[in-house]
Design a protein around this ligand. Sequence first.
Ligand SMILES: *[C@@H]1O[C@H](CO)[C@@H](O)[C@H](O)[C@H]1NC(C)=O
Ligand SMILES: *[C@@H]1O[C@H](CO)[C@@H](O)[C@H](O)[C@H]1NC(C)=O
Length: 324
Amino acid sequence: MKLTLLSFFIISFFHFSHSSPQKFTSILSFGNSLADTGNYLITGAVAFPYVGHLPYGITYFHHPTGRFSDGRLVVDFIAESQDLPLLPPYLASNKNFRQGANFAVAGATALDPAFFQEIGIGGTLWTNYSLSTQLRWFDELKPSLCKTPQECSEYFKKSLVLVGEIGGNDYNFPLVAGKSLAEVTLFVPKVVQTIAEAIEVNKAILNFTIFYSLGHIVEHDVGVVQRLTERGAMNLLVPGNLPIGCLPLYLTLFATMDKEDYDDRNWCLKKLNNFARYHNELLKSSIDQLRKKHPQARIIYADYYGAFLRFTHSPRHFGELSLI
Ligand SMILES: *[C@@H]1O[C@H](CO)[C@@H](O)[C@H](O)[C@H]1NC(C)=O
Ligand SMILES: *[C@@H]1O[C@H](CO)[C@@H](O)[C@H](O)[C@H]1NC(C)=O
């Protein structure tokens, strides 16, 4: 009883001490289908028209919105946690982007389409709006958000910027098109380099940017974001790739009869998970370099990989329905 009361007071104390942190006043988001709130659908959704129909949107919006989900996305939950409106897709007309813009497009790659054309699979891409296009859209929008350096510094100090996950599709399209894992592995340094450049592309913003992660949101750790804001938000959080060997797409495409190809615990394809970890290791070391180069920024790696594995360990914990 005493313990319970004590816990109650401790919890109340933390609630109290965290009740007045400054919230973000805007959110900017770059990425792919994990963060797209409608851009891809607006572009015509030729490669994946299903997203324009139920069950997409069924559990929350009750109509398709272009999200690749039946409900809300991580970026929506972040916006709600900051008392901000859900991010309008940048390609939507007549929207006010003052409190946020979402540049993410489903299917987007980190590398430009030319790269995929060179390796002969340009036709399989879902979209040409790669990371560099999204960064260009941001440059176009920026003058409407702030003008003088001081105004921009004020704006971005209170702005949350999400970049990623991005890069996963750079491997998905070639693998699905039949390129070997060995060949795709050769792309990894180039993809990681492109992401690192995107992090640096607007150095003035780097100082005030936070890259936020699925992993933290899954842990309902929005308090972290708030604490970072209070400190001036000189922080970046860069998400890595998912354990793609656990994705139904790859479990289907690369299904084998050899038990050795699967890990015992999650029954995921080991080779593909090793590959995702290779990408993440390179990303982490490139983040280390950015840290040295920009000591004023705190750059944090977001462990999407680990967060996702928790879904496969204990799906019921995360709302999996019983199939009876
Ligand atoms: C991307 O651009 C190329 C070259 O302009 C074009 O042929 C292709 O249809 C475009 N792909 C998509 C998905 O828009
Ligand atoms: C980041 O902020 C620091 C301190 O205000 C400043 O000295 C530095 O030039 C800024 N870096 C960039 C890339 O704008």
